[in-house]
Design a protein around this ligand. Structure first.
Ligand SMILES: NC(=O)C1=CN([C@@H]2O[C@H](COP(=O)(O)OP(=O)(O)OC[C@H]3O[C@@H](n4cnc5c(N)ncnc54)[C@H](OP(=O)(O)O)[C@@H]3O)[C@@H](O)[C@H]2O)C=CC1
Ligand SMILES: CC(=O)[C@@H](O)[C@H](O)COP(=O)(O)O
Ligand SMILES: [Mn+2]
Length: 358
């Protein structure tokens, strides 16, 4: 029986995690639930799963991750606000099933230093796919990682054609049903940029050995190419319950989770290169990832503000990445990455982003 804390329980990841757990009551016990503001849904979940410990807001999330006796903490909070709960879970010695990619990306080496080998299990679908594929070889045998990207709702459009797209159009993801921020990030390809940094940090593979390929069907979730020319890909219909189940149960697989691919029907899987002119976020993300220090945190914080500004009608769709680039370009970056310098860089980036929007 694994005791599980779910942070962000009312969100897309959190609700699907509870669905996974409801299929395996003999394997998991939910011991704590945390969320942002949705007290009503939180209370319903606590009643349904018989959970004693619940809390609202990030301070409660930290407390639940640190103080409730548990084996696994699933961090399904959105945004870099998830950093403190990630740190709390790692310091408390819990296995961290990590959906909140932002905390690893902004925390970088600070988070990595806290994590024992195997303590972070990726939930992000691409990174779960890579973790599964890496079971086929050693680190020395890896030649490159290939992350797949759906391309989002605007795949195939030119930069000019992207300028006037609406928030509603940006939220119409072709293959995944997810929260507002990550769905918008998929449309700009900021999500894929964040995922390149996430892959670098999780798997210790240099940036020049991490490639992206657009795969509109979202069936191949990522691949690992090995030195002998073999490529191992993980494929399954787009359903986050599979990587969530692996995150909670790692290294074991659970039955009754996903529907497998139907090989009796004709199907086509496409792969195409990223259009970096229309979607400049990916190259910018690689740049900030390589710069390290507070640059990834500045990139992410500026993007979080820009996504809100886009949904509030203050900036255009292409204005999101333009604003992020401007903030990144103005950032000097401190010599040393500490929790204090990180917090200060984030504050600065959010304020600077608003100066760009003004
Ligand atoms: N959804 C998906 O399929 C995937 C998501 N991810 C990652 O997983 C994370 C969650 O995404 P998703 O589930 O889509 O997001 P949602 O917006 O659907 O859910 C976010 C959750 O975080 C909670 N939350 C927000 N702010 C705070 C806070 N300050 N303190 C505590 N809890 C807070 C929300 O609570 P409330 O509802 O009360 O506001 C909600 O429960 C993100 O990092 C995303 O990038 C990665 C891969 C796939
Ligand atoms: C399901 C998941 O892991 C998301 O991060 C997904 O990858 C988003 O799709 P994009 O490939 O469009 O970013
Ligand atoms: Mn992903």
């Amino acid at each position: 029986m694994r005791r599980v804390v779910i942070l962000g329980s009312t969100g897309s990841i959190g609700e699907q995690a509870l669905d996974v757990i409801s299929r395996h009551p003999d394997k998991f016990e939910v011991v704590a639930l945390g969320t942002g503001r949705n007290a009503e849904r939180l209370a319903e979940q606590a009643t349904e799963f018989g959970v004693e410990h619940t809390g609202l807001g990030v301070d409660a999330a930290v407390q639940l991750a640190r103080d409730v006796d548990a084996d696994v903490v699933l961090n399904g909070i959105t945004g870099s606000v998830g950093l403190a709960p990630t740190i709390a879970a790692l310091e408390a010695g819990r296995t961290l099933a990590l959906a909140n990619k932002e905390s690893l990306i902004v925390g970088g080496d600070l988070v990595k230093r806290l994590a024992k080998p195997g303590q972070i299990v990726p939930v992000d679908s691409e990174h779960s796919a890579i973790a599964q594929a890496l079971r086929s070889g050693t680190h020395e045998e890896v030649r490159r990682l290939v992350l797949t990207a759906s391309g989002g709702p605007f795949r195939g459009r030119t930069r000019d054609e992207l300028h006037g797209v609406t928030p509603q159009q940006a939220l119409a993801h072709p293959t995944w049903d997810m929260g507002r921020v990550i769905t918008t990030n998929s449309a700009t390809l900021v999500n894929k940029g964040l995922e390149v940094i996430e892959a670098h940090l999780l798997f210790d593979v240099p940036y020049d050995q991490i490639d992206i390929v657009v795969h509109p069907q979202s069936i191949v979730h990522s691949m690992v190419e090995f030195i002998d020319g073999s490529t191992i890909a993980q494929a399954s219909p787009p359903d986050m319950r599979l990587p969530i189940a692996l995150g909670l149960g790692w290294p074991d697989r659970l039955s009754n989770i996903g529907v497998p691919l139907d090989w009796t029907k004709a199907a086509t899987w496409e792969f195409e290169p990223v259009d970096n002119d229309a979607f400049p976020a990916l190259n910018l993300a690689k740049q900030v990832g390589a710069a390290k220090g507070t640059f990834p945190a500045v990139f992410n914080a500026a993007n979080e503000e820009a996504v809100d500004a886009f949904h509030d009608g203050k900036i255009s769709f292409t204005g999101i990445v333009d604003a992020v680039r401007e903030v990144v370009d103005r950032h000097d970056g401190p010599a040393e990455l500490t929790l204090e310098s990180l917090a200060e860089a984030e504050r600065w980036a959010r304020a600077e982003a608003h100066r760009v929007f003004a």
